[in-house]
Design a binder for this molecule. Structure first.
Ligand SMILES: Nc1nc2c(ncn2[C@@H]2O[C@H](COP(=O)(O)OP(=O)(O)O)[C@@H](O)[C@H]2O)c(=O)[nH]1
Ligand SMILES: [Mg+2]
Length: 352
């Protein structure tokens, strides 16, 4: 089994020697190659990598027409001749000593092995609490928006291994910079294993990925949601919700105007009929491909979501009115949050 270690680089000259040395030591006994994909670094990373190829099995790709982390990794996949691909940074924040553990996970049946900061035993060194919070928050958003990756604790790690077949023939988008997330959504795989590791400090040089990446990350999540059809689901869920409003109003009118029922009491069956209407259409349309749980469980779960949504709506409304917000605006916030809660609950539990 041959291993291709793919290292995207930009101004990493000072890190290369130690990186190659430690990779070489870690992969003793394995047939391996290192593919450096460098975007014509001003510090001559590509040149130095080529020099070091006399000592280590390094192949250098110097790109002058293209830039970007994800596209560099994709180019690495195209150049690699191994059966297992490992992707890692050059700055030694990804300790090469973890590579054999990733490879072992693959040998033991995983298709993708992620070096993870967020499984027990893994950690991040020297990050302020707010950086950790942002990182965790970003991951939470990704996992909620993309149920396919919800079992992966660190789906944005830049350090991972995979079988060649996972990405071969797959059309990966080179725009985003969280290439692992792209692969976990579009790749061909069954089993993902996470191996804990400590994300250390940069050895030399400086980070290229600043704060504007947060917005890019959200854009990437959005694109993947579209690709996955999750956005279509939100639209369908909204349409069904609106149909429920009509059902609710219609029956309320019928019960009060035609049957002469009490206005307050009539609201209860009218609401229940709307909930049943929404459940039916969501089951037959919005989530029709996700009927994995038994019918009774789906319908009970849908009611729990509706109730939770109503409680959230009332709580937000009350809270915002109490702090002085206009009641109609406060109600919009309540409705909005209730919508998000109900959608996520139904997507991940009822039809999860
Ligand atoms: N080829 C290529 N490599 C890049 C680019 N941007 C970053 N890298 C490399 O990707 C890895 C991770 O980048 P880094 O700046 O350390 O990101 P950080 O750890 O999130 O701060 C490093 O090996 C960088 O040299 C790029 O545009 N092209
Ligand atoms: Mg780094």
């Amino acid at each position: 089994m041959k291993i291709s270690v793919i290292v995207p680089t930009y101004n990493e000259r000072e890190n290369l020697e130690e990186l190659f040395e430690r990779i070489d030591r870690s992969l003793k006994g394995y047939d391996y190659e290192i593919i450096v994909v460098d975007d014509d670094s001003p510090d001559g990373t590509w040149e130095f990598a080529a020099q070091l190829s006399e000592r280590y099995p390094v192949k250098v790709v110097r790109r002058t027409d293209e830039k970007g982390l994800s596209s560099a990794v994709i180019r690495g996949f195209e150049e690699a001749s191994g059966d297992v691909f490992v992707v890692m940074d050059a700055d030694l924040q990804h300790p090469p000593e973890v590579i054999p553990e990733l490879v072992k996970a693959i040998e033991n049946g995983a298709d993708v092995a992620v070096a993870s900061r967020y499984v027990p035993g893994g950690k991040v060194e020297n990050w302020y609490w707010y950086r950790k919070l942002i990182s965790r928050g970003a991951i939470m958003v990704g996992r909620l928006a993309l149920p396919k990756i919800r079992n992966v604790k660190d789906p944005v790690s830049g350090f991972f291994a995979l079988r060649r077949g996972v990405v071969e023939g797959v059309n990966l988008n080179p725009v985003g910079f969280k290439i692992l997330m792209e692969i976990l959504i579009k790749g061909n795989y069954r089993k993902v294993t996470e191996v804990p590791f400590t994300f250390g400090l940069r050895k030399a040089g400086e980070s290229k990925l600043g704060t504007k990446t947060m917005l890019n990350y959200l854009k990437h999540v959005y694109r993947l949601m579209r690709w996955e059809g999750e956005l279509d689901r939100i639209i369908k869920f909204t349409i069904v919700g609106l149909s429920g409003v009509l059902v609710n109003e219609g029956f309320l009118w019928l019960f009060v105007h035609v049957f002469g029922w009490d206005k307050i009491l009539a609201n209860v069956p009218a609401t229940e009929l709307a909930v049943l209407n929404n459940f039916t259409w969501n089951d037959l349309w919005t989530f029709r491909d996700l009927k994995r749980k038994p019918f009774w469980s789906r319908i009970v779960s849908f009611h729990i979501a509706a109730l939770t949504g109503a409680i959230v709506q009332l709580a937000i409304y009350t809270g915002l009115v109490l702090v002085g917000m206009h009641y109609l605006v406060a109600n919009l916030f309540g409705i909005g949050l209730s919508f998000i809660v109900r959608f996520l609950f139904n997507r991940n539990v009822t039809w999860g």
